[in-house]
Structure formats: structure tokens, C-alpha cells
Design a protein around this ligand. Structure first.
Ligand code: FMN
Length: 362
């Protein structure tokens, strides 16, 4: 962890929401070119074996930042500097959602986990798009693939929610590389995800109608263990020409119940971190079998080490995403993971990571 060993207690003393805000403020140093160059030297590690191409985009390594950390695109240049292969901003809604600077969240260091409220506070798509336009004009945005997670505005009627997602999509379209819609099995409680297959078909139809350059639209599938319920949503999505699925287990019970209890998290809080590792790996394998290579998968939930990344790739993921590990392990995490992953590939006699995709799933 290096210097992060010293800095982490200071960040942790601030509480989760303020800690994240201060971390983002510190990362804004990457707005200055000289600091980006120094940061890259310190943190970014490349290895040809980790490179891949997907959706016409180049990924220098398969490890991305998951949604929820840089919700408002506050430090969009930082993620390449820290060594990520791609990064996802958001979840954003067309209109600002109040409380954006105080998302309720708890840390559970003993379980290497975080909990967070199911709300979706953000400063609104228009303002974030203006921020990104500034960097786009300076031609400094394209170092890694950047995507955005688009949510429906809480409480909006369905027609209004579709219009909101469409509006945000159009604002971000010229600026970003991929787009994500959250879906959740029917009956689950989420203010910003879609759970109705008919609604999902309508949203995808409207987005694809204006997707002139065929940019990738992906689904983030929450709580995938409920496979029976998810099947229809996946079928509708494939019909709606989605180009990938992010499989993240944030199940509110089962394997994660003890961590939740440990945190004293209020009911309905979601969980990120280590307790998700086993259920997320299982969910990935299930969805991989179900989708049978029709679209690539991105795996998230409890990824902390190079061995975790390798296991996800061998279980069917093209790419992985993480959030909680960055909070607990700090900025040198990616350098270590990339070095470790290259060594694992070398150990197994593989020239590129893509040769390992799905080899453990029968
Ligand atoms: C504090 C916190 C806030 C999050 N906010 C969002 C969000 O706004 N949108 C979203 O799609 N996922 C959100 N997530 C979920 C993460 O993107 C990720 O899928 C999940 O935490 C599992 O990955 P991890 O174990 O590496 O943290 C959030 C997670 C955490 C811990």
C-alpha cells in the first residue's frame, strides 16, 4: 500500500462520503498535465499480454473503475493515471438528485466492505456533460475508454424516465465511449434501475434509434443470482442489441448477510467489497453459460487481487470492474494487479489474456 498506509487513516477519519469527496479533490491534481505525467510514471503499468480490443475500443488492461466512485465526472483524467484500463462515471440522471454530496455509506474494514444507500445522488447529466465537454475540447479525454451509467429519475413516470435517459444519452454521446443501463430482477427495490422487461425494451429501442455510430450500450445486472427472474430481461436486452452485460452480485441477503449485520447497515443498503467475491464469481459463471458468448461480460463484485481478476477472466469475463478495493488498497492497487496478472498469464504459458476467457467454465 506504500504511502497509502499513512494516508488511509486520515481519509477514513473523515467518514465514507467526505472521504470520497476529499479523495476526488486530491485526484483533481491530474487536471494538470505535469502531474498526469508524474502519476503515470508512479502508478500505470503496461504489459502487452493484458491488452484487448472490444467494441472497436482498445483496453490496455482489463481492470475498470466501477460506477459510484466518480459519479459526477469530477476527476475524469485521474483513472487513466491510476492505471485503470477503463472507467465508468455515474450513475447520473437527467435532472440533479439532491443529497449528492452526502450519499449514505458505511465502511466495514473487518470485512473489507462498504455499504451504500440505494438512492442515486448526482449533480445532473447536463452539468456533468459540460464538465466533460471542457476536457474533450482540450483533447485529453481519450486515454482510456470512459463510459457512463445512466439511471432513471426516481419517481418519474415511465414515459418521463425514458425521455430522461434518452436526453442524458444524447448529451454524453459525442463525449464518451460506452453507456450502461441498470436493470434489476422484478420485485426488487431500486429507485434508478429498470426491472420491467417491457420498459427495458422501450428504453433500448429509443436509445438504439439514435445510436448512429453504434456505440456500445451495456446492461448492469444487479442481483443476478435470481436467474429465473433475470432470464426475460436478458432475452429482451439481447433483442434490443445490447453489446455487453456487467454482472455484479449485490444480493441483499444470503452470503452477504453477516457483513451487512456487522456494519449495522440500515435495511435496504447495498454492499460492495469482499463478501461479494464468491457470489459474484458464481453469478458470472451462470450468466456466461446462459449468454453463450452472444455478448461479452464484465465481472464486478469483490475483486481485490490479480488472482481475482484472473479467476473472473477464466470464468468468462472479458473485463472486470472494482470500487471497494480502491478504497481499501489505495492508488498503487492497479500497478500491483497488472503486474500480478501478467505473471499469472506467463506462468500458464498464455501470450494474451483473451486466450483465458471462459476456460474454467464447462
Ligand atoms: C459507495 C458505493 C456507491 C455505489 N454507487 C453506485 C452507483 O451509483 N451506480 C452503480 O451502478 N453502482 C454503484 N455502486 C456499485 C459498484 O459499482 C459495484 O458494482 C459494487 O460495489 C461491487 O463492486 P466492488 O465489490 O468492487 O465494490 C456503488 C458501490 C458503492 C460501494
Amino acid at each position: 500500500m506504500g504511502i497509502y498506509r499513512i494516508v488511509r487513516p486520515l481519509i477514513f477519519a473523515l467518514g465514507p462520503a467526505r472521504g470520497r469527496r476529499w479523495a476526488l479533490k486530491a485526484l483533481k491534481v491530474t487536471n494538470i498535465g505535469m502531474f498526469r505525467a508524474i502519476g503515470r510514471e508512479l502508478y500505470r503499468r503496461t504489459d502487452p499480454s493484458l491488452e484487448s480490443q472490444l467494441w472497436g475500443l482498445r483496453f490496455e488492461n482489463p481492470i475498470g473503475l466501477a460506477a459510484g466512485f466518480d459519479v459526477d465526472g469530477a476527476a475524469p483524467l485521474a483513472w487513466a493515471v491510476l492505471g485503470f484500463g477503463f472507467a465508468e462515471l455515474g450513475t447520473v440522471t437527467a435532472r440533479p438528485q439532491p443529497g449528492w454530496n452526502a450519499r449514505r455509506s458505511h465502511r466495514i474494514p473487518a470485512a473489507l466492505a462498504l455499504t451504500y444507500s440505494a438512492s442515486c445522488p448526482n449533480i445532473g447529466a447536463r452539468y456533468i456533460a459540460e464538465r466533460l465537454t471542457y476536457w474533450h475540447r482540450k483533447k485529453v479525454l481519450g486515454e482510456i475508454a470512459l463510459g457512463i451509467n445512466l439511471g432513471r429519475s426516481p419517481g418519474a413516470t415511465f414515459e418521463k424516465a425514458v425521455q430522461d435517459i434518452l436526453t442524458s444519452f444524447q448529451w454524453f454521446y459525442p463525449l464518451l465511449d460506452y453507456f450502461v443501463i441498470n436493470i434489476i430482477p422484478p420485485g426488487r427495490n431500486s429507485v434508478f434501475a429498470i426491472s420491467d422487461p417491457t420498459e427495458l425494451a422501450a428504453v433500448l429501442g429509443r436509445l438504439q434509434a439514435v445510436n448512429e455510430r453504434g456505440k456500445p450500450i451495456l446492461l448492469k445486472l444487479f442481483d443476478p443470482p435470481e436467474i429465473a427472474e433475470s432470464q426475460e430481461l436478458i432475452a429482451v436486452s439481447l433483442k434490443g442489441k445490447i453489446q455487453g452485460i456487467i454482472v455484479t452480485s449485490v444480493s441483499l441477503d444470503g452470503a452477504t448477510a453477516s457483513a451487512r449485520a456487522m456494519a449495522g447497515a440500515p435495511p435496504g443498503h447495498r454492499l460492495g467489497g469482499r463478501p461479494l467475491a464468491a457470489p459474484s464469481l458464481e453469478a458470472l459463471r451462470t450468466i456466461y453459460r446462459q449468454v453463450q458468448g452472444q455478448v461479452p461480460l464484465i465481472s464486478g463484485g469483490g475483486v481485490f487481487t490479480a488472482a481475482d481478476v484472473y479467476a473472473r477472466i477464466r470464468s468468462g469475463a472479458h473485463l472486470v470492474q472494482l470500487y471497494t478495493a480502491l478504497v481499501y488498497r489505495g492508488p498503487s492497487l492497479l500497478r500491483k494487479m497488472c503486474r500480478g496478472l501478467a505473471l499469472l498469464l506467463d506462468r500458464d504459458g498464455l501470450i494474451t489474456m483473451t486466450e483465458a476467457i471462459g476456460v474454467d467454465v464447462t
